[in-house]
Design a protein around this ligand. Structure first.
Ligand code: SAM
Length: 239
């Protein structure tokens, strides 16, 4: 059966009833019109996934009996997704796709040509949680605060592979390049609409583990490039 999957920000354990907050309670009772005994899947990003049944409570605080663990908590994928922030709808799209494509941690990076300087972390986190609910990811990706490009590179851990997506990279076989890359922690970096500056490109290429990747001869919009790059990474390095 396919039950609705809901994120709850509370510990979950079989036998301990879960009380939902106002918004998810409203969603279950008023939007989905669930009745007592109806089933829903709960996860909290820490304890795995559980089958629960609506037991009562009020329209502002629905109570569910947690009856069975359906999946254990998996380890979060060690794939960081780094990107120059975009505006509204395209940012929402990009985040949703990053979760679906298996990013484990998501962080906006402010580069020289980034036009968006303030990001709404709360909105980003809400989008990421919603995407996880929809696509069945149990390890909800962490959304880290935005960071300046120079600071990011200054503290870059030597063992993490930087998959640097660059429309100016020589067109070569990205599948072969990724397959030949060292296994282990990795990050995908997508630049802003204005692209990377020459200084930024040079700094990226000085990292100890870096793979400069072309996604083909056309210039992709940043949100398209994100999907293409993460799909390639999943197909070659992913699980
Ligand atoms: N500098 C570009 C221009 O205006 O000509 C546009 C940058 S592109 C819209 C935004 C980002 O998507 C780039 O910084 C890069 O990370 C990624 N990207 C787009 N097309 C790509 C391609 N063909 N190969 C690799 N990365 C690409």
């Amino acid at each position: 059966f396919r039950a609705h999957r809901l994120f709850v920000d509370a510990p979950l354990a079989v036998g301990t009833p879960a009380t939902l907050e106002r918004e998810p309670s409203h969603y279950l009772l008023n939007v989905l019109r669930m009745q007592e005994g109806d089933r829903v899947l709960l996860f909290n990003g820490r304890d795995g996934e559980f089958l629960a049944r609506l037991a009562g409570g009020s329209k502002k605080a629905a109570v569910l009996d947690v009856v069975e663990q359906t999946r254990p908590q998996p380890a979060a994928p060690d794939l960081h997704y780094l990107f120059a922030p975009l505006k509204h709808a395209r940012l929402d799209y990009m985040l949703q796709k990053a979760v679906e494509m298996g990013a484990g941690r998501i962080q906006p990076v402010l580069t020289r040509h980034t036009q968006v300087s303030r990001v709404n972390l709360e909105r980003m986190r809400a989008n990421v949680t919603e995407a996880a609910e929809q696509c069945g990811v149990l390890a909800v990706p962490e959304v880290a605060e935005e960071i300046r490009f120079e600071r990011l590179l200054g503290a870059w851990p030597a063992e993490r592979l930087m998959i640097f997506c660059d429309e100016d990279a020589p067109i070569a076989d990205p599948i072969a390049a990724l397959k030949g890359a060292p296994r282990g922690p990795a990050a995908v970096l997508i630049g802003p609409e204005g692209g990377f500056s020459e200084e930024e490109r040079a700094a990226l290429l000085r990292l100890p583990r870096v793979l400069r990747v072309s996604l083909g001869p056309r210039i992709l919009r940043a949100d398209t490039a994100a999907v293409a790059a993460l799909a390639l990474v999943q197909a070659t390095l992913g699980d």
